[in-house]
Write a protein that binds this ligand. Structure first.
Ligand SMILES: [Mg+2]
Ligand SMILES: [Zn+2]
Length: 241
């Protein structure tokens, strides 16, 4: 039985090495276990939510498939120009936006965990639209089957396995949200993204198709105001609308 409640800030790290850019707050309540002892637990107020899951490399930001260069640090990060506005649109439509990324370069020692985290923080920064965060968090698999370190070889989070989606689902539960897979969407550029989405029961769309959809005139005018779009690109956008 609830006798008290409070809001508590959580700044802990995600499982699987996910990046935590923004402190989150959960509602807790004091509940009795029936034997006179009491424990803190989340308020029983789960709301359902839909999520836009996005792959990182060659989906949200330019990667090996686009530039011929791996993203091994924050200096390599370049988010596709139209992505911040698109993410903002989805946010406006009620989606929470979460990243799902294989970063086997950590296990293979092409980059340190610190560099990986910094590149994810830079990605979140570049995805902001008019200063507003769109990409909420990024869940990362740092493992790889060819890693020298045995502890980094096997996992259930490297796509096509759906472990990172389940980690994201846990994260949402802590915030009192219940993921509705069938109303959610997964964007990615590779077959393992599609297989991960299928394993988690989430509809999938190819990155290029997703990126090339038209953006509304209202959003485009806001982009112009923020100076994020060149004149040529805004004309192209007008043609599409
Ligand atoms: Mg990719
Ligand atoms: Zn993994």
């Amino acid at each position: 039985m609830a006798d008290k409640s409070l809001r508590r800030d959580l700044t802990c790290e995600d499982v699987y090495g996910g990046v935590v850019p923004v402190p989150v707050t959960v509602d807790l309540q004091k509940a009795s276990d029936g034997d006179g002892a009491s424990v803190w637990e989340p308020m029983p107020t789960f709301q359902t939510t839909k999520v836009l899951f996005v792959d990182m490399d060659d989906t949200v930001r330019k990667g090996y498939g686009t530039t011929g260069k791996w993203v091994n640090g924050p200096e390599d990060v370049e988010v596709f120009e139209q992505v911040p506005a698109l993410l903002y649109l989805y946010k406006q439509r009620g989606y929470r936006i979460l990243g799902i990324s294989n970063q086997g370069g950590v296990a293979l020692k092409y980059m340190s965990r610190a560099k990986m985290r910094a590149s994810m923080a830079e990605t979140i920064e570049q995805c902001k639209f008019n200063g507003e965060v769109t990409l909420e968090r990024i869940f990362v698999c740092p493992h790889h089957p060819d890693a020298e370190d045995e502890t980094l070889v096997e996992c259930m989070c490297r796509k096509p396995a759906p472990g990172l989606v389940f980690a994201a689902e846990q994260h949402l539960r802590l915030l009192n949200y219940a993921l509705v897979p069938s109303r959610s969407l997964f964007v990615g550029d590779r077959p393992e993204d599609a297989r991960c989405a299928a394993a988690a029961g989430i509809p999938f769309i190819q990155a290029e198709t997703w990126r090339n959809q038209p953006v509304s005139p209202t959003v485009l005018s806001r982009m112009r105001a923020s100076g994020k779009l060149s004149v040529r690109d805004s004309h192209r956008g007008d043609d599409q609308c």
